[in-house]
Design a protein around this ligand. Structure first.
Ligand code: HAM
Length: 420
């Protein structure tokens, strides 16, 4: 062990200078989502491992190699949540939310954990804003969720946004299609990348994701699920597209769109930003009409999305967030104890009056204190102690006046305060 500790690989600290932009993002999301009737939900940071094995799917990369799974002292297998949909569905079932008016519209802002190769825009602890609308299979629920994510990205100034859209149909159509795709892959196995070949039986759809040239050539000739949808599923997909058209949202239909989670049925979509490098996905989601049953509940349709906070911030225009105005800096004439309590009392009174106040805390000389107040952009400095009692310095004009007690000082600052 050498040197001081560092944050674990793939994790990061949110430093004060970054916190303001995050808070702005969170405020924007809350306003948009709650305005559309979504209500906040938060679930625990860890769940029974089985929830993700069954919900996200045994064959996915997430479950196979990316979960932080551990056994607790009671011998239970637990997993730090790698995503939010399965936990929210678990909560819907556990709390009998089917009794509420449907769909139940929920949103969350939480951190998630995946053991992924760490790089820019890809972390092992990352944050998502997500929504889940549970209890309706109406295509308008999908379209509304997509429109909201588009609006969020637009308001945040995320650059070069594209929306890709597809439908995976029902589990039955998908099962029949899966067999046809497997047959196509087996027939062309010699041209495929080794990892694709090894996963033909486990997860043939992932072959569409491969960046291996031979595999890509095979996939160009592969059957397309979108061409094989049942009439109901095709109608559902057309309705989603028509609603997006009506809302004026541009999208590209991409039959090769595969998502890394197994629960999707019908609508799937992904927003990318060309301001991001290899990790271009800013947010994605889709419909999961079979997930509740997978988790032991009654058949209940659902749809939703999640967007990565780090990726949205990386891809957004970064206008600096202004620091809060300092109305008053309370300085001390000399560092005596009496001055300290008078300064403290004045600061407390000014804060109760609603002013933003900072207090000298580092034992600087008076000159040093005025310099510090200047650095902070303080509007007034109160100099407590000294012969003439408290003096108030207007940092804009440089004028200095004596004030008679804390009440008078606070009243004077309130009058001269910067407009908010
Ligand atoms: P996902 O596509 O796995 O979907 O993740 C959604 C978003 O989370 C991604 O588009 C990306 O912005 C961000 N993200 C994922 N992994 C990382 C990582 N390692 N580092 C940084 N950001 C990351 C889901 O999680 C589904 N639960 C979405 C959903 C909700 N589908 C239906 N409802």
């Amino acid at each position: 062990m050498s040197g001081a500790f560092q944050a674990p690989r793939g994790t990061y600290d949110v430093l004060p200078e970054q916190a303001a932009a995050r808070e702005r993002l969170e405020r924007t999301a809350r306003r948009l989502l709650e305005g559309a009737g979504y209500r906040r939900i938060e679930t625990p940071a860890f769940e029974a491992t089985e929830l993700f094995a069954r919900g996200v799917g045994e064959s996915t990369d997430i479950v196979q190699k990316e979960m932080y799974t551990f056994e607790d002292a009671g011998g239970r297998s637990l997993t730090l949540r790698p995503e939010g949909t399965a936990p929210v569905c678990r909560a819907y079932l556990e709390h009998g939310m089917h009794k509420l008016p449907q769909p139940v519209k929920l949103w969350y802002l939480s951190s998630f954990f995946r053991y992924e190769r760490a790089q820019a825009g890809r972390y092992r602890q990352f944050w998502q804003i997500g929504v889940e609308a549970i209890g309706s299979d109406d295509p308008a629920v999908d379209a509304e969720a997509i429109v909201l994510l588009q609006a969020l990205l637009q308001e945040l100034g995320v650059r070069g946004v594209r929306l890709r859209l597809s439908s995976l149909g029902s589990p039955e159509t998908r099962a029949a299609y899966r067999e046809r795709l497997q047959a196509h892959l087996h027939a062309n196995a010699g041209e495929l990348a080794r990892e694709v070949r090894e996963r033909i039986d486990l997860n043939p759809l992932r072959a569409f994701d491969s960046d291996h040239a031979g595999t890509q050539a095979v996939m160009v000739r592969a059957p397309r699920l979108l061409d094989e949808l049942s009439p109901d599923d095709a109608e559902h997909f057309e309705a989603v597209c028509a609603l997006l058209d009506a809302a004026g949202i541009p999208y590209e239909i991409d039959p090769t769109l595969v998502r890394g989670l197994d629960y999707y049925t019908r609508t799937v979509f992904e927003f990318t930003s060309d301001a991001l490098g290899a990790q271009s996905g800013v947010g994605g989601g889709g419909r999961y009409d079979g997930l509740m049953e997978q988790l032991g509940g009654p058949p209940t349709p659902g749809t939703g999305w999640a967007a990565g906070i780090e990726r949205m911030l990386l891809a957004a225009d970064s206008t600096p967030v202004p620091q809060p105005v300092v109305d008053l800096y309370v300085a001390r004439e000399d560092g005596g104890r009496d001055d300290a309590s008078a300064a403290f009392a004045l600061a407390a009174q000014a804060r109760r009056a609603g002013l933003n106040v900072q207090l000298e805390l580092a034992g600087r000389s008076l000159k040093g204190q005025l310099k510090q107040a200047g650095r902070l952009g303080a509007r007034f400095v109160a100099i407590v102690g000294g012969q003439e009692g408290t003096r108030l310095r207007d940092m804009e004009s440089g004028d200095q006046e004596s004030v008679d007690g804390a009440d008078a000082a606070v009243a004077r600052v309130l009058r001269g305060r910067h407009p908010a």
